[in-house]
Design a protein around this ligand. Sequence first.
Ligand SMILES: [Zn+2]
Length: 543
Amino acid sequence: MTAHDSGWSDGSPATPAVAEPGGIAGTAARPAPSVEMYDTTLRDGSQQVGLDLTVEDKLRVAAALDELGVDVVEGGWPGSNPKDKEFFARAGEIPWRNAKLAAFGATRRPNRSADGDPDLETLLVANTPIVTLVGKSWTLHVDEALRTTREENLAMIADSARFFVREGRRVVFDAEHFFDGYAADAGYALECLAAAAEAGADTLALCDTNGGTLPDDIVRIVRDVLGTFGGLRVGVHCHNDSACAVANSLVAVGEGATHVQGAANGYGERCGNADLFAVIAGLELKREHELLPPGRLGALAATAREIAELANLPFDAKQPYVGSSAFATKAGLHASAIARRPDAYSHVNPERVGNRAHVLVSELAGRSNVLVKAAEHRGYAFEAADASFELLVRRVAGRMPSWFDLEGYRVVIEKGSHTDRSEAIVRLLLGEQRVVAVGEGVGPVHALDQALRRALSELYPELASIHLVDYKVRILDGRDATSAVTRVMLTSADHEGEWTTVGVSDDIVTASWEALADGISYGLLRAGAVSLRASGTSPLIPA
Ligand SMILES: [Zn+2]
């Protein structure tokens, strides 16, 4: 579906080749100041209950954010855990295109020097162009949490900022609890900012750490700060405890803030951080800011979904702009009117953010799209399962080679007093030949993988370089355990890269088999293995 037959009056394509400032007709063409999008999914967002990313996951989330085109990716707090330390050590594996990497840490300890402070040293070793230092700006926290003098807190901020500026790093100062601090003692809160600024921090991020500030107070306080620190980049870091994190971020920018911190899909502890995607969409579509590289706004919905998959968290259908229900109106009475004038029923054209309007419109979009959509309904997640998606498209197009056909498998799970052991027997047809192989493993999936590999190894030596990297299981629609559907996402790799496949079934072993079989098939496709036959007449083009 193109924008031209969609009934949207703006007539703009979903992914314009050139950015379009002034998308709203009749708006004066004054260029908006450039606003920096700072993502903290991997640090603050990871505080969300139930969100536990491996280092591999973190690298993939960072790569997705970089590809979307955010300006800064905060990779974590290297001083707080070894996982974040490893992430920074491996961050060079990402082919960074758009984003700069930031490492997060606290100001030096009270009554010590910045030189030799072990936490600052760890931050330095993370070797990032940007260092984000969090410091106290609320007298209550200086007195009660830090238990030091207010003068010492100012010295801690200044010394730590100076330490990194001297090392050639760009310093962002996160003023923790700034809005509460400003309400309690505005003079002291501003002194904290001044300490950072005088020491060379180039960005002052005002944090609504408890998330209780309302938009009118944000406007007033951001205006005051800009009155004093107008020469620096001033930004906000808002939490959503009053359901105002996105609104607070938007009004701060309206007031002149040029730096917004947020997390993918609004992840974060308690009620979450500002949803960076909603902030980006709002500012780009409604306030003429150019935040992402040209054309990248159209990747917003897919990126949001991909990160939800990597986080192994359910994707909220009601999430503004990017959720599957964000533009879904119950058809019924309005169906023909929606088809004729979708702009009368949605606040923006969903294609601009890579979302879709409604199943009604999708039904016009051709057989393969409908098939994809039907599969999605069963819980397949193709944005994150790139390989399964490609295999599906190849099957639909009749361009899917075949390496093996399943005749059947049997899995025996043995529970012993000392060890658990599973055994799988896989029966395959390789052309005319019937092959039976047995595999043993620590669980049924491992045993199946072993048996499948054994059955195929002689015919396909390419398999030796393909291995499993990651395995994720999610129960979909868990309210009714008897009808629950299991989704398995499996990541495989060879020496050139990795790919993800998905399987969905009422039964976890069946779902795992689907993902395994797809994973192996895709690996063989990548390796250019000679197939038994190609379905259809099209010549096989390896990926
Ligand atoms: Zn925070």
